[in-house]
Design a protein. Structure first.
Length: 176
């Protein structure tokens, strides 16, 4: 058996690298926290706590609302994973549902679900996909940017603040 044989250790390493690549291409932690935040919000209104022979039911009048909020948070967590293009919508919706859960669902699942969903929504809003590497520099036969409209090197007009108009420079600025 050679060192390059794909045994159980090789398979584990392969799947670990695949999962790491999948996790890095989407707001994974935001989705996980939002998904986990929906669980206590949906569970606690229907839970029974048994202490000895005494059963305490934590049901609220808005149990159905709590279930809806919890399920929606779980769906938003999955949306962050599998439709990362909708991460901004999912993040804002998760934050709004977390805030609503404070009033509707036992103080947001005893603050556990509220905090998890709030942090997950914030992480979803803050996540930015990794930009791919820039293309190779243009070769000698490629099209170059013109110096101005007439081809002369006249300076661009300044805005009131003294900076050149970004649109006249194809959306580019000097800092980047």
């Amino acid at each position: 058996m050679s060192a390059e044989a794909s045994g159980p250790s090789g398979q584990f390493h392969y799947w670990k690298l695949r999962f790491r690549a999948w996790r890095g291409s989407r707001p994974f932690w935001a989705g996980l926290l939002t998904l986990l935040g929906g669980l206590p919000i949906a569970y606690f209104p229907y839970a029974n706590l048994t202490i000895g022979q005494m059963t305490i039911r934590m049901a609220t009048t808005a149990g159905a609302g709590s279930l809806v909020i919890g399920v929606l948070l779980m769906v938003l967590g999955l949306t962050m994973w599998y439709q990362s293009i909708a991460r901004v919508f999912a993040g804002v919706a998760a934050i709004m549902l977390a805030l609503v859960s404070l009033v509707v669902s036992n103080i947001g699942g005893f603050l556990i679900g509220f905090l998890l969903a709030l942090i997950g929504g914030g992480l979803s809003l803050a996540w930015v996909p990794v930009k791919k590497r820039a293309e190779e520099p243009a070769g000698p036969g490629s099209e170059q940017e013109p110096a101005g409209d007439d081809g002369d090197a006249t300076p661009e007009p300044a805005i009131a603040g003294g900076a050149a108009d970004d649109e006249s420079n194809n959306g580019r600025h000097r800092a980047g």
